[in-house]
Write a protein that binds this ligand. Structure first.
Ligand SMILES: [Zn+2]
Length: 485
């Protein structure tokens, strides 16, 4: 098998892990949600089931109450029924076609090694399933698909709103330096492709990086034109939900708040795009607030899924399939061991300072030898990794402040290193509301502070610098509004 195929197989295997583990059909089944007894697809090749019986409810229904929820016992009973049908098939009491149809209706697959009925595991499926919100909203999810749909509406009506204009708008913002490069998403050919297809293809992390800027584009630019306002409202609502979901990891988002945002989006989406546009993912999204309430957190994706690209990076030049897996793991392990030997916690890129940078360092740290300095980049903070040139928030004398990170420098002491962050603090505009997600700051290079310890930096920000470089608007994600900065 060529290595690219092998890699693809590895990726799809991990994506499908959870679904395959419990053998439910997911969106391929007529009952498409493994947590609902009666949620059926709105569109079907034959007559949709909800038109035939009152016991089935279309996934375009936006109320949670109309759906009957599975219990741990009802899922066990369902799997037992699947097994009974399989026994009937083996005994030639039913045909293969009848068996397949039955599984399609039940939304569950038969497998000889089903773990749900295994008495040693005693899995309580209904109480332990958590949907991955990133799979629901991005990467062929609700948000990126809806962006494609919205843009198609504007494109076919020859509006000023287009992927090209959005790309130009996005280019005026500065994202954290370690966030994905977004320029390739808005090339002329990509724009033409996206407009024609009515879809927007990008990776999950690319869309999450774009989210606040697309939200601002629709709120400030598209809404002011007053064209297709139902499209604008639905788009803003779905991006709002994504922004809240991104902040869930900080523990500051309440399930009720998330529930209102998700429900508001579904109603607005239905109002413009109609019932037929609903996909199983719309149904899944309504389960997320309940899952947040039950578990207290929401996983975006399994760690190994987030690391797909890492595996690809390590194995890009590995053309020989002989011992491919062992070789790849050896390379990853060796690199990991080297990283663990580095003395700086949460930092993974270091360099020795050379040239002009040494002059201010000698001034800042008199009496310290040049060899004792180490530039520390790629430190992990809220919102991703941070390095020099990024805009960050930090604590100065117990007060939250915002500014440009000029340098992270580690200074070797006799026994250990001390890390200092050098930050040029900016002034916030006192007339601006602290509840606004975009806030204006006055850029300054005068008030430079040197903070000890590498934990004083809190969050890394996306921002838009004014043309005269005097002021800057900064995006404040929900988790730091308005409590901390
Ligand atoms: Zn459901």
């Amino acid at each position: 098998m060529p290595s690219s195929l092998l890699k693809r197989a590895f990726c799809s295997l991990t994506c499908q892990l959870s679904k395959s583990a419990i053998s439910c059909k997911g969106h391929a089944g007529m009952i498409c949600c493994c947590l609902c007894v009666n949620a059926t697809l709105h569109n079907s090749a034959s007559i949709p089931v909800h038109l035939l019986t009152d016991r089935a409810v279309s996934i375009s229904n936006t109320s949670l109450e109309d759906f009957i929820k599975h219990t741990d016992e009802s899922i066990r009973a369902l799997v037992q029924r699947v097994n009974q049908r399989h026994e009937a098939l083996q005994a030639r009491m039913i045909s293969q076609q009848a068996f397949d149809d039955c599984l399609q209706v039940l939304g569950w697959n038969w497998t000889p090694s089903n773990i749900i009925l295994n008495e040693r595991f005693r899995f309580k499926i209904a109480s332990m399933v958590m949907y991955g919100w990133a799979h629901i909203y991005v990467r062929d999810g609700l948000a990126d698909n809806e962006l494609g749909q919205a843009m198609k509406t504007y494109f076919s009506n020859r509006s000023l709103t287009s992927f090209r204009k959005l790309g130009e708008y996005v280019a005026t913002f500065t994202f954290p330096k370690r966030s994905p490069n977004l320029a390739h998403l808005f090339t002329a050919s990509a724009n033409a492709n996206s407009s024609r297809k009515g879809s927007f293809s990008c990776t999950g992390s690319e869309f999450l990086t774009l989210t606040p800027v697309v939200h601002r584009y629709f709120t400030r630019v598209v809404a002011s034109r007053g064209e297709f306002m139902p499209v604008v409202s639905s788009m803003i609502a779905v991006l709002n939900a994504v922004m809240l979901l991104m902040s869930v990891r900080s523990g500051t988002i309440k399930p009720q708040e998330l529930c209102s945002a998700i429900a508001a989006h579904l109603l607005l989406y239905k109002a413009y795009y109609g019932d037929a546009a609903f996909r199983p993912k719309h149904r899944y999204s309504l389960h997320l607030p309940g899952m947040l309430l039950r578990f207290g957190f929401l996983l975006a994706a399994f760690t190994h899924e987030r690391k797909h690209r890492l595996v690809t990076r390590y194995t890009r030049d590995r053309k020989n399939l002989r011992n491919w897996d062992a070789g790849a793991i050896e390379e990853i392990t060796c690199h990991q061991m080297w990283e663990l030997k580095q003395p700086f916690f949460l930092a993974c890129a270091t360099a020795r300072p050379r040239g002009k940078i040494l002059y201010p360092l000698r001034e800042m740290f008199p009496g310290v030898d040049d060899d004792a300095f180490v530039v520390v980049n790629d430190m992990c903070v809220n919102g991703g990794r941070v390095c020099a040139g990024d805009v960050v928030s930090c604590l100065v004398d117990g007060q939250a402040q915002l500014g440009e990170l000029l340098l992270n420098i580690a200074v070797q002491m006799p026994a250990s290193y001390t890390v200092y962050s050098v930050i040029a603090l900016w002034q916030s505009d006192p007339n601006e509301s602290t509840a606004d997600i975009w806030r204006k700051f006055r850029v300054s290079k005068e008030n430079v502070v040197k903070l000890e310890s590498n934990t004083s930096i809190d969050t890394v920000f996306t921002y838009r610098m004014a043309v005269d470089q005097q002021t800057c608007v900064v995006y404040f994600p929900p988790e730091i509004l308005p409590k901390r900065v």
